[in-house]
Structure formats: structure tokens, C-alpha cells
Design a protein around this ligand. Structure first.
Ligand SMILES: [Zn+2]
Ligand SMILES: [Zn+2]
Length: 338
């Protein structure tokens, strides 16, 4: 527990300052302590015996508007029975009224934001420029050639060399060896390391005063915190890598691998699939592909249009066409000119 200290107050009637807390009336004008009174500490060494002051705060007489001590059941000033608020309740009301006044002060209006419209216009122009660069162009052209190509990929069943950590069924073992398959971390030793750890500590105490509401204050100590670093030591594990050995098998095995490509091509209007005898034991088909192209010559260049068979058949060499060409030169669309 702290110490009991005698506070001071100012008389709002005659303006006398630093009146000792023990006086309930102003020694200058004789006026009692009123609602305007607020106690303060002027001399921290003005220590009094703890039992000198009343424990409770003063109360405000509703009839004569002066403070009376907590122990009095009747107002010593006018004799009215105890009524009204305590010193602490009145101080709290005054504080609330003050904060409301502060928050009621209108905020100065923020500086007007700069209009974003010019930036939007610039951005729109940039986007328009980019899009117009990427927009497909149209071109007039004439078809000068037609070409088609059809491919069939063929796989063959062949003996190949492979290696693995197990021997597959059907494989013919060539040799096996002990080889490193993986590495594992093995604890080697520990090393002592240090690190800086932040911590909070009490660097001292400050004295604060609790207003008793009766002309006296009680002092108490408030710890002051500060930050510092301390060195902490710890052991860190150090690992080393050790190889794990296993048996690796080298073998020959029969696999389906790429064999050859059968191709048919032409410039006529009758494409067909290439034909070749496949050995049913050692060969199999592995996918087909087809391409149908038109060569178009225009004022600004030569273009190649790749179409589906159905559309490709509808065009003839010598046809005049309208092309839609991407910025990269690819033909996106082709229509006959009217
Ligand atoms: Zn006075
Ligand atoms: Zn009174």
C-alpha cells in the first residue's frame, strides 16, 4: 500500500489557489467546496497518517450545493439530510461532458481528392491502342493452290535396353549391380549455438496518486516496463548424408515403340488414307492425323489457311476470297468473295 497525501484545491469564488485538502471552506472568502472543485497533488511529500482522512469521497448537498464529508449524515453547511452525488460521480460527469464537446467539434473537411477521370481516359486510350494492334485484319486474296496430307503413326514391338530397381516379368536380365538408390540423413553430432531473445523487464516504478475525493490522495507504484535482449544457448543437431544401396537390374525387354509414319499427300480433291501391310505380330497403328490447306495470294502477302475436309472441298483454285488474318499472320476465317 502507498501513503496518504494531503491534496490541494482552488476556490472558484475568490480565486484563491493551493488551499489545503483539510479545509472544507475557503480561508479567503469562507465559501464551501462546490461542484467546480477538483483536488490535485502539489506536494508529494505532504504525507499524513493513514487514518487522518475519511475513507469515502465527499457528497454534494442538493440544497446548498456544497460538499459534505462522507461521515456526515447531515450537511454541516445547511443541516439538510444526506442527498446527491459523490465527488467521483460529479468528476465523471464533467469528464464525459468534456469528451462530448471535443468530439462535437466538426472535423476539417479533407482536401478534395484529385479527379481520377484523366487517368481513366489515358488507360482507355492505351487499351484501345493495344486491342487495335491485336485486332484481326481483313484481306482480299485468290486461291493459288490446294494441298492435303494424311498420316498414320505405326508402333513396332522391339527389344529395348532398360534398367530399374526390380526386374519386370518378360525381361531378360543382362546384369545386376549394387548402386546408390537414395540418401538418408543420419545424426552426426550437436553444435552449441546462441541467439538473441527479446524479453520485457521492470526497469523501475513511477508513483501515481488516486484521488480519494475528500481532499486526500493515496499514492501507489506503477511498474515501468522496458525491452532488452538476452543471449540464449541451444544445441542444434548436425546431420550427414549416408547412401542407401540397392540392387539395380539391367535387362532387355520387348516394348511398343515408335516405328514409322505412313503418309499420303496430294493436290487433288480426292484425299485417301495411306495403305501399307502391317505385321500383325510386331506392328500396330497408333493414331491418325490429317491436314487440308489452301494457299492464298493477296496484295499484301501470301497466306496459308488450314480447314476441315468439308470446308476445304468447297473451295477451288482460282476462287476469290476474303480473309480474316490475325496480327501474327494466321488465317482465322475464309469466305468466298461475292
Ligand atoms: Zn474563496
Ligand atoms: Zn447543505
Amino acid at each position: 500500500m502507498g501513503q496518504m497525501i494531503e491534496g490541494r484545491w482552488d476556490c472558484t469564488s475568490c480565486g484563491k489557489k493551493m488551499i489545503l485538502g483539510r479545509y472544507s471552506h475557503c480561508p479567503g472568502c469562507g465559501k464551501g467546496r462546490g461542484t467546480d472543485v477538483k483536488f490535485y497533488v502539489a506536494d508529494p511529500d505532504a504525507v499524513v497518517a493513514a487514518d487522518v482522512p475519511e475513507k469515502g469521497p465527499d457528497w454534494m448537498c442538493e440544497y446548498c450545493q456544497s460538499y459534505a464529508p462522507d461521515s456526515a449524515g447531515y450537511c454541516p453547511n445547511c443541516g439538510a439530510p444526506r442527498s446527491g452525488k459523490t465527488y467521483h460521480e460529479i468528476q465523471k460527469e464533467k469528464e464525459q461532458a468534456q469528451t462530448e464537446t471535443v468530439s462535437a467539434v466538426p472535423q476539417r473537411s479533407a482536401a478534395r481528392k484529385r479527379s481520377p477521370i484523366p487517368f481513366l481516359i489515358l488507360a482507355a486510350i492505351a487499351v484501345f491502342f493495344l486491342v487495335s494492334q491485336m485486332m484481326p485484319r481483313s484481306a482480299d486474296a485468290r486461291i493459288t493452290a490446294k494441298a492435303w496430307q494424311r498420316d498414320i503413326a505405326v508402333q513396332s514391338y522391339q527389344w529395348v535396353d532398360e534398367a530399374d530397381w526390380y526386374l519386370p516379368s518378360g525381361a531378360v536380365l543382362t546384369e545386376s549391380r549394387r548402386e546408390i538408390r537414395d540418401y538418408e540423413d543420419v545424426l552426426d553430432h550437436y553444435e552449441t549455438r546462441s541467439r538473441q531473445v527479446p524479453e520485457q523487464y521492470i526497469s523501475g516504478y513511477s508513483t501515481e496518486y488516486r484521488d480519494m475525493g475528500n481532499g486526500y490522495f493515496q499514492s501507489y507504484q506503477v511498474p515501468q516496463y522496458a525491452n532488452r535482449y538476452r543471449t540464449e544457448y541451444y544445441d542444434e543437431a548436425v546431420y550427414r548424408q549416408e547412401p542407401i544401396y540397392d540392387t539395380r537390374y539391367y535387362y532387355r525387354i520387348q516394348r511398343w515403340v515408335y516405328g514409322r509414319t505412313l503418309t499420303a499427300s496430294g493436290t487433288d480433291n480426292e484425299p485417301y488414307w495411306p495403305e501399307a501391310a502391317l505385321d500383325p505380330e510386331t506392328e500396330r497403328e497408333n493414331g491418325r492425323s490429317e491436314q487440308y490447306a489452301l494457299r492464298c495470294e493477296g496484295d499484301k502477302g501470301t497466306y496459308t489457311a488450314n480447314l476441315t475436309l468439308e470446308r476445304w472441298l468447297a473451295f477451288r483454285v482460282g476462287d476469290r476470297v476474303n480473309l480474316k488474318v490475325s496480327s501474327g499472320g494466321a488465317v482465322l476465317d475464309i469466305t468466298k468473295a461475292k
